[in-house]
Design a protein around this ligand. Structure first.
Ligand code: T1G
Ligand code: NAD
Length: 708
């Protein structure tokens, strides 16, 4: 018997317990251990039924994701799938009632094992799901064949294409679960199993037909979801493969459908898309591991907050706190600015309400957690104060001096600055250990990324508290160093430089944005700047000019400054790189911008020419990777994978491409280096390869260890 699977008899029921911490993943030996134990229970004269349960906090969180990197060929993958399918059939063929008892999560292979059992019971807090598409694969252990048989085609399609978990109540209602247990799960499962034994009931999921019988309705549901996916998958293949597999469940018998699933699984698991998404799965867990901040570093509880500046960001940040149930003061200079800020907040909540994503009661309760104010009264009760006023060094230093007086001595003082030096604020605060950057991304109540900017004196407790707070705010916290623009905006400067120059050289605003959207981003560089505000970038450039710096080496396009001077700040002024009808966020190309680009190109003696989408992507992604390498070499990011997490959660870099550093690895660093050198020769010395890029390319290595 595998040490990861225990066997005992309780009340004439064989209890098979999976014990593979932390999440009972189906690592090597676990699957074998389960089927051996079930076989033993089937033969055990002291057992009338069998219960499968997980030790610790969860049932089974699925296959061990680490295993997939061992799969190198289609044949190897199919062979492995055939072995898994055979084990699940063996479970299904057990002679005694076999009941899965679920707590925590039954995900992926975990739910597939449960569906191969005759019955499934769970506690009310359990969650079940097929999240495989979030790893660029599809269910590979019969999930696309058994799930529709239990809950019908439409729900199976939703679960296998969005990968989201559903509650036990929903799963019971849908027929995935047979009972929700109040009280002790094991006791409940044992009495459930015994009752089945008495009734001589044993139900094989693969024999069920009722919910897949209506072939036309099933096929129609598949077509409908394919159409919907076209609008949201952003180029990812796995969701469509999941639909193909479920379609096979409708059109073929169980064995042929399973075979089709194995083939589609093999295609997905060997894809770069899946490599990229598995890379991100682990990268998103690595970001919380800070080499010099041990896991047991005390993190303080954040129960009350205050935000200074009720503009685009301050308002969103206050919403993020309120959404997490944390009361927050929101201060601005005067009532007019405050009213403007609060009306944007109210409008955002009303739009969420109109989408049915919040109830009227929850809306008013959440909104009530935000207290607008024009004074610092009450700031002494806050565990954290976040500054989000205009991007101006002197203004922010003044505000930091004020909040340092108003806030409790142990309160954390955070700045949402996009680019400025955190140590400057620490110096005026009189408590540098409490000062940290909390760089949210616009819209702050939506974007998942929180760049945690560590100043020279920021304490480990403040770093640990910031990481814990990020989770509390449902954000992904990434600890970065304190350089100009930190990680996200420092690299963004090169992304935008190339976008501006490509525009001057002949590509249009919408061509560049569509190329980036086809690559998989939700919005292109110009559409994004219209959301964030062209004025924010202008303020940063003004500050840099005042200190004799630029954001990125090389030619500085004057187009964005000219738009600023025309009062075109983007969505907030109805025009920016695009035009917007009043009250609409639909981007309308504006020839005025193209004319300005042509004028500026002429001033710089540029002969405008047609540019391909491939060249646009190559230029922009090469600029990102090269500067990313420099950020790593300078030590402002702990790992290359942290940069990937920053770009996926901060700017919507497509998950199925893994992030800018992972994507560069898939292109090959020798190719990336060759491009940097080619661009230097073609466009100028401002293109300089990062020494780290040169070194890794020379050694045939990648940013993430061995080449993917
Ligand atoms: N394989 C390997 N390691 C895993 C793992 C898995 N499936 N799930 C979690 N871990 C590790 C994780 O890296 C972390 O490690 C630790 O466990 C705690 O995780 C055949 C093909 C269950 C909701 O996609 O969604 O089944 O960082 O920090 O926040 O059809 O983990 O501590 O070293 O995330 O409490 C499908 C993945 C697999 C579920 C718990 N299953 N896991 O969240 O803890 S494919 C999934 C999760 C499959 C079949 C197919 C979450 C969780 P470390 P954590 P958490
Ligand atoms: P904004 O212009 O929309 O809002 C700034 C607000 O600060 C205004 O309401 C203003 O009245 C208020 N303010 C100014 N001085 C103040 C003071 N002394 N006390 C209280 N309130 C004061 O700007 P924004 O886009 O919200 O940017 C705010 C900060 O967030 C900047 O540092 C910016 O760089 C940073 N940031 C912006 C974005 C973005 O996409 N807009 C993203 C991340 C970070």
């Amino acid at each position: 018997m595998s040490p990861l699977v225990r066997y005992e008899i309780r009340d004439r029921v064989a209890v098979v317990t999976i014990d593979n911490p932390p999440v009972n993943a189906l690592s090597a030996g676990v699957m074998e251990g389960i089927s051996d134990a079930v076989e033993r229970g089937d033969d055990d004269a002291d057992a009338d039924a069998i219960v499968l349960i997980g030790a610790g906090t969860t049932f089974i969180a699925g296959a061990d994701i680490n295993i997939f990197k061992e799969l190198k060929t289609r044949e190897q993958s199919i062979e492995r799938s055939q072995a898994v399918h055979a084990r699940l059939k063996q479970l299904e063929d057990a002679g005694k009632p076999l009941v899965a008892a679920i707590h925590g999560h039954a995900l992926g292979g975990g739910l597939e094992f449960a569906m191969a059992c005759h019955y499934r019971v769970a506690v009310a807090t359990a969650r079940v799901g097929q999240p495989e598409v979030q790893l660029g694969i599809i269910p590979g252990a019969g999930g696309t064949q058994r799930l529709p048989r239990l809950c019908g085609v439409p729900l199976a399609l939703d679960m296998c294409t969005d990968g989201k978990m559903i509650t036990a109540a929903r799963a019971k209602q849908a027929g995935i679960l047979d009972a929700v247990i109040d009280g002790d799960l094991l006791e409940g499962a044992i009495s459930f199993a015994r009752a089945r034994e008495v009734a001589k009931e044993r139900r094989r999921t693969r024999d069920l037909q009722d919910k897949i019988r209506d072939r036309d309705a099933g096929l129609a549901a598949c077509q409908a979801i394919r159409t919907r996916l076209l609008g949201v998958s952003r180029g990812a293949r796995a969701p469509f493969a999941a639909v193909d597999a479920i379609e096979a469940c409708i059109t073929l018998d169980f064995d042929a459908g399973s075979r089709r699933e194995m083939e589609l699984f093999a295609e997905c698991v060997l894809s770069t898309e899946s490599l990229a998404m598995r890379h991100l799965f682990f990268a998103e867990r690595e970001v919380a591991k800070i080499p010099d901040v041990p896991k047991d570093t005390p993190a303080r509880a954040i129960t009350r907050a205050a935000v200074v500046g009720a503009g685009t960001m301050g308002g969103g940040i206050a919403m993020a706190y309120a959404n997490a149930g944390i009361p927050v003061l929101l201060k601005d200079v005067d009532l007019a600015s405050l009213a403007r800020g609060m009306s944007v907040i109210r409008k955002n909540y009303e739009s969420t309400l109109s989408k049915g994503k919040i109830t009227p009661e929850a809306l008013s309760q959440t909104l009530a957690l935000i207290t607008p104010t024009t004074s610092y009264d009450g700031f002494a009760d806050a565990d954290i104060v976040v500054e989000a006023v205009f991007e101006n060094l002197d203004l922010k230093k003044g505000v930091f001096a004020e909040i340092a007086k108003a806030a409790r001595p142990d309160a954390i003082l955070a700045s949402n600055t996009s680019t400025l030096d955190i140590d400057e604020f620490a110096a005026v605060s009189g408590r540098p250990a409490q000062v940290v950057g909390h760089h949210f991304f616009s819209p702050a109540n939506v974007m998942k990324l929180l760049e945690i900017v560590r100043g020279r004196s920021t304490s480990k407790e403040v770093v640990a508290t910031s990481l814990k707070l990020a989770k509390q705010l449902n954000k992904v916290g990434v600890v970065v160093g304190n350089c100009f623009g930190f990680v996200a905006n420092r690299m963004l400067a090169y992304y935008m430089r190339e976008a501006y120059l490509l525009l001057e050289e002949g590509a249009s605003v919408s061509q560049i944005d569509s190329a980036i959207i086809d690559f998989g981003y939700p919005v292109g560089p110009f559409g994004m700047q219209d959301i964030a505000g062209i004025d924010v970038g202008w303020r940063i450039r003004q500050y840099l000019k005042s200190v004799g710096k630029t954001r990125a080496e090389g030619p500085q396009s004057a187009v964005p400054d000219r738009l600023y001077e025309m009062g075109r700040y983007g969505q907030k002024t109805g025009a920016g790189w695009y035009r917007y009808e009043p009250g609409s966020r639909t981007r309308i190309p504006d020839p005025i911008v193209e004319d300005i680009a042509a004028e500026e190109a002429a001033k710089r003696g540029i002969i405008r020419h047609a540019i391909s989408d491939e060249d646009i992507i190559a230029r922009i992604m090469t600029a990102l990777a090269n500067e990313g390498a420099q950020v790593l070499a300078d030590g402002y990011a702990i790992r290359a994978s942290d940069i990937d997490v920053v770009y996926v959660h901060g700017f919507g870099f497509p998950r199925h491409r893994g992030g800018p550093m992972f994507y560069a690895d898939t292109v090959g660093l020798r190719t990336v280096l060759a491009r940097v050198n080619e661009y230097r020769d073609q466009y100028g010395d401002y293109w300089q390869p990062s020494p780290l890029l040169e070194k890794l390319a020379r050694e045939g290595r990648a940013f993430h260890g061995d080449t993917p």
